[in-house]
Design a protein around this ligand. Structure first.
Ligand code: FES
Length: 222
């Protein structure tokens, strides 16, 4: 179960969109009709988080100011989605999926690798402050489970050894190779095709015909 999010109770970390991001704010808001600025809360929070690393009260106030929404509308979004960090995190954010497919395929081993390399578990940041490990629910890459997200990239088809190698690379400052860690192409079958092995448009391929259709000798009427 993902830990409940808590709203930071201090107005620490003053925040204002940078000059470059002011232009981005205007570009984002221009996508929505006048009076619908609330629809821009998601991308504006994302923009602020990329600038500051997390969503503080002052970020919520800045987004409130540019959208004209009540602050509660911004808080509702910030506290609902796990992608928003309500506390400072390390430069590397390791998000390990533990939902059903990933758990069945070994997400416990991915977490064990994180503990062994970084010395921390879910909801914790490494002693040097550089890596935060989070538990997340389905990131939509179930077919290549188990998987995790580091920064903006997905790392899939993990096991203890491949996860540990990735974590060690972070620790050593080496680049990571995203995607399947077993060389799978996209989400293609890992060894051989088990479906669509024949051409379904030919008789040999087994085009399915409703038993009561005229083509199958039936009347076609219910
Ligand atoms: S269950 Fe992990 S990506 Fe869906």
């Amino acid at each position: 179960m993902t830990a409940a999010k808590t709203i930071p109770d201090r107005a620490e970390t003053p925040f204002a969109f940078s000059d470059a991001n002011q232009a981005e704010v205007a570009r984002i808001l221009a996508k929505y009709p006048a009076g619908r600025e609330r629809s821009a809360i998601l991308p504006l929070l994302d923009l602020a988080q990329r600038q500051q690393g997390w969503i503080s009260r002052s970020v919520v106030e800045a987004v409130t100011a540019v959208t004209g929404c009540p602050p509660i509308h911004v808080w509702e979004v910030a506290t609902f989605y796990t992608m928003y960090n309500l506390a400072p995190i390390g430069a590397h954010h390791v998000q390990i999926c533990t939902n059903l497919s990933c758990w069945l395929r070994g997400s416990d081993e991915v977490l064990r690798a994180a503990r062994d390399v970084f010395g921390v578990g879910f909801g914790q940041t490494s002693a040097d402050g550089t890596v935060t490990v989070s538990q997340v629910e389905c990131l939509g890459a179930c077919v290549n489970a188990p998987m995790m997200q580091i920064g903006d990239d997905y790392f899939e088809d993990l096991d203890y050894d491949s996860a540990k190698a990735l974590f060690q690379a972070i620790k050593d400052g080496r680049p990571l190779t995203a995607g399947s860690q077993v060389g799978r192409q996209c989400s293609a079958p890992q060894d051989r095709m088990t479906t669509l092995t024949t051409d379904p448009t030919t008789a040999e391929g087994g085009r399915w015909t409703a038993p009561d259709s005229p083509a199958a000798g039936g009347s076609g009427a219910d």
